[in-house]
Structures are given as structure tokens and as C-alpha cells.
Design a protein. Structure first.
Length: 59
């Protein structure tokens, strides 16, 4: 289960450096729902998505 504050996460993911980082990893960055959907797919894959730290608020 992943709980988040919608506005805070949306603000965080809108930062230029984070947006570019996620785009390099093939995340859609124009829609929060789509971005989270990609994270979910990555979590279900064989390799661990190290970018999860962004979504958890780690620097």
C-alpha cells in the first residue's frame, strides 16, 4: 500500500530535476496517475526500481 498527499507528490514530481530523472527512466511525467502506474509496473518486475526513493521522499 502506498499512501501519499496528492498535492505534495504532484509538486515534488513537477520539479525539473526529478521530472528529467524520471523521464530518463521512461516514466510518463504529464499525469500523476500514469506515473504511479509505471512505478507499480516497475515494482512488479524482476528488478527493483531504485527511483522509488523519490516517491518516498528520500533525497
Amino acid at each position: 500500500m502506498y499512501l501519499y498527499h496528492y498535492n505534495q507528490l504532484k509538486y515534488l514530481l513537477s520539479k525539473k530535476e526529478i521530472k528529467l530523472f524520471l523521464q530518463e527512466r521512461h516514466y510518463p511525467t504529464n499525469c500523476l496517475h500514469a506515473t504511479l502506474g509505471r512505478l507499480k509496473c516497475n515494482l512488479m518486475s524482476d528488478s527493483f526500481p531504485h527511483e522509488i526513493g523519490i516517491f518516498l521522499g528520500y533525497p
